[in-house]
Design a protein around this ligand. Structure first.
Ligand code: FE
Length: 354
């Protein structure tokens, strides 16, 4: 569903487009910020972004970009599925120059659907590590998220924890909580397990998780952590920024993060990222925004605003995020999340992971 505020943004966008076509300025006056739009386009032009990253995570960045460059950014936020379907349906008529979304599984999917064009950029190559970008340069990571183990500080000692794989052993029988397998985050995690261990061993691991479940799967990471606090289970697997949000609200929350697989594969990491659309009307301006987001203060803000890790290793980590400590991250190219997504979904289904 399109959010109300974003819907307004889109309708103003659509009106502006119609205005261009009809050479009519009257319709532009019906939009919420026609003066700003005209002033900005006089200086630096305008681009349109579709974003499955929520408005409060992208708007401050777009405002800053406009302030620095004079390039106005109109945007539409919605779920990644609807946005990709929209881009596909609009085809060459799309007003969108850029798609921002989360998870390499989704970015890979968008690239596979032909929704992106390759971007040759020395700036992006210098600032976004190889591991976090498409090998054909159709999408680039902009923040890194870690999907790690969370545990009850009341009922678990960190020494009892070791790896994702170990959560499938009898030790955790009736003590594990998981989010639904429908969420791409878990599909991506399982995709990397398949890449490491092959399908047979991975299926045994996932079956072990399912056998250890204390309760039905959760719709989101926050509900899962609340269940641990409530005593329904002792451990789970979550993205760290959701833990950060709970910790910000309740600093004394009896939960902690654990970095698994430090002797083996490292912590599972994924990205949020963006690409320039196949039918972008302003590919140069969109590229300018993409390059701006990948470095400096914008990059720190893009990650910090959601308590994620900067994709650019030269950019400092947010202060609260830093308190969770350093860890070794999996160094697999995140493309594997897309490449093995279908396989992962089928495997989780066979293992009874709902
Ligand atoms: Fe998320």
């Amino acid at each position: 569903m399109v959010k109300r505020v974003s819907g307004k943004v889109l309708s103003s966008m659509a009106l502006i487009t119609l205005g261009w076509l009809a050479g009519c300025s009257e319709q532009e006056q019906a939009t919420s910020e026609p003066v700003q739009a005209e002033a900005a386009s006089a200086q630096g032009g305008e681009i349109v972004v579709y974003s499955s990253r929520k408005e409060h995570l992208v708007k401050p960045l777009f405002d800053q970009f406009t302030a620095e460059t004079g390039i106005k950014v109109s945007y539409l936020t919605d779920g990644e599925g609807p946005l990709m379907a929209r881009l596909e349906a609009e085809a060459e008529r799309t007003p969108a120059d850029m798609l921002i979304t989360v998870d390499a599984g989704n970015l890979w999917q968008a690239a596979n659907m032909g929704l992106f064009q390759p971007v040759q950029s020395d700036v992006l190559e210098a600032n976004v590590p190889e591991q976090f970008q498409d090998s054909e340069n159709r999408w680039f990571g902009l923040s890194v998220r870690a999907r790690t183990i969370v545990y009850s500080t009341e009922r678990v000692k960190p020494e009892e924890l070791s790896t994702y794989e170990n959560l499938s052993t009898g030790e955790w029988d009736g003590r594990l909580c998981l989010r639904t397998s429908k969420k791409v985050y878990n599909q991506s995690l399982v995709a990397t397990l398949i890449e490491r261990h092959g399908p047979e061993r991975t299926e045994a691991i996932v079956k072990g998780w399912v056998d250890n479940l204390a309760t039905d799967v959760f719709p989101n990471d926050t509900a899962l952590m609340e269940a641990i606090v409530a005593g329904q289970c002792d451990v789970g697997i979550v993205n760290t920024y959701y833990f950060g949000r709970l910790q910000k609200d309740t600093p004394e929350i009896p939960l902690a993060l654990f970095w698994p697989n430090q002797q083996t594969s490292g912590v599972h990491v994924n990205i949020s990222g963006a690409g320039i659309t196949q039918h972008a009307k302003h590919p140069q301006l969109a590229r300018q925004l993409l390059e701006w987001l990948a470095q400096g203060e914008a990059q720190a803000m893009f990650a910090g605003i959601n308590m994620e890790y900067p994709v650019n290793p030269n950019v400092p980590v947010d202060d609260l995020v830093k308190t969770w400590g350093e860890f070794k991250a999996d160094d697999l190219n995140v493309e594997v999340a897309g490449r093995r997504q279908v396989e992962a979904i089928k495997l989780m289904d066979r293992a009874g992971y709902r």
